[in-house]
Ligand binder design. Structure first.
Ligand code: FEO
Length: 406
């Protein structure tokens, strides 16, 4: 666990977590950090918490002592968000100290009780404040549904620090650099990419609420953004706000100037057309990504589709429906409410169609509103005339996606 001073009276404890499935399902190729913050006035508060993935309270005890915080002096546990990556330490903390007050929203309060049996809780609402003494006043600002309904910002009026919990977070383990002004250009690119992964995996379903939370942050006077995951922004907090504005737009159909081919093939017939399409994209100088389902992780799949302005779905009919691994991927994208993408589909069928019907059902059921070019279907292997139609579709997609590139 790393211990860092953020400002006078504010410290961060942070640890990298690897080899887990986040939320029990997202494979994290590059890990994630969990950040906790300690604010000291006359009284002391911990905002969210990290004990150690092994749940050993001594880890926290030792870390607090090393930054000069007597664990017995901690009066308040501020739970910005009840999801156990931020709150799973509460029961273990009780092994260190038994006398503290939990501060959280009304919605979190019910879950704190039902998950951990805690009842010494003070609920807060918009603008409520906690005076820790020595000029340290924290105020609380609910931002529901980012990502659970209980979430709030905590704001330190002294240093103008926004403890934003999941908002403005990213995946990706941190090395020696934890502040935005320390990051190398490669690390900036890494965290931007991991921010997209995080946004697509965890936040995209809640894009309308995230937009409201961004608006709320923009009304606040912020010098530092200290999120629950990823680097702390003290040189340019505007950067992560602007990144998040862009991510919300990706979820609503915009994207980088790249095409993602989301594909699967039973016996290589649709695969032949994918190879052909790759040649066209290379010839046209269009950056592209290939995601073969079901070989790709869902985490990588939703992140790559989210950031792309153009999507090619290449999948055959399978038992009267869309090839199941690709259908499953599209259903996941629908669950994540990734809407408005420019798209084009082609695929093979053996003895009947049916893929198109299921594709339309998935789009309709999830209100995805993707903007499709007319699909191309071929019987068995693609023939010369099919390649001609596919090329026309790809070129039309390249034109259509231009309006969506940001
Ligand atoms: Fe970082 Fe919604 O948990």
């Amino acid at each position: 666990m790393k211990k860092l001073k953020i400002a006078d009276g504010i410290h961060m404890l942070t640890m990298n977590v690897d080899n887990i499935l986040f939320e029990g399902m997202w494979e994290l190729a590059n890990g994630v950090t969990l950040n906790s913050y300690i604010v000291q006035g006359d009284k002391t508060a911990i905002i969210d918490g990290v004990i150690g993935w092994d749940g050993v309270p001594e880890t926290l005890y030792k870390s607090l002592e090393e930054i000069g915080v007597d664990p017995q002096s901690i009066d308040y546990l501020i739970v910005n968000h009840m999801e156990p990556d931020h709150s799973g330490w509460i029961s273990n903390f009780r092994k260190i100290k038994d006398d503290f007050t939990i501060i959280c929203t009304d919605k979190a309060s019910k879950m704190v009780t039902s998950f951990y049996g805690e009842d010494r809780i003070r609920t807060v609402k918009e603008g409520d404040a906690l005076d820790l003494g020595q000029g340290k006043v924290l105020s609380f600002h609910p931002v529901p549904n980012v990502h659970w309904p209980d979430t709030m910002y905590t704001y330190d009026r002294d240093i103008k620090t926004l403890f934003s919990c999941d908002m403005f977070g990213t995946f990706g383990r941190m090395g020696d650099h934890s502040f935005d002004d320390e990051l190398t250009p490669e690390e900036v690119a890494f965290f931007e990419s991991e921010g997209i992964r995080y946004y697509s995996n965890v936040m995209a379903t809640f894009t309308p609420s995230v937009k409201k939370a961004i608006e709320k942050a923009q009304t606040m006077d912020i010098s530092i953004i200290a999120p629950g995951h990823g680097p702390v922004y003290r040189k340019n907090p505007r950067k992560i706000i602007d990144d998040y504005i862009r991510f919300t737009r990706y979820a609503e159909g915009a994207g980088k100037d790249e095409v993602t081919i989301l594909w699967g093939s039973m016996y290589g017939m649709t695969g032949k057309a994918v190879d052909y399409v790759e040649g066209i994209l290379q010839r046209e100088g269009v950056k592209h990504n290939k995601l073969e389902m079901p070989l790709e992780s869902d985490s990588e799949m939703v992140a790559t589709v989210l950031r792309s302005a153009g999507i090619i779905i290449a999948a055959p009919t399978y038992e009267y429906k869309l090839f199941p691994p690709v259908a499953a991927a599209l259903n996941e994208l629908g669950r994540k409410r990734i809407t408005g993408k420019a798209a084009f589909r082609f695929g093979s069928y053996g003895w009947s169609g049916g893929a198109e019907r299921e594709l339309a059902e998935i789009m309709e059921r999830n209100k995805m509103n993707w903007d499709f070019i007319e699909s191309v279907e071929f019987e068995g292997a693609p023939k010369e005339e099919d390649f001609v139609k596919i090329e026309a579709g790809v070129l039309e997609l390249i034109e259509k996606m231009k309006a969506k590139v940001i």
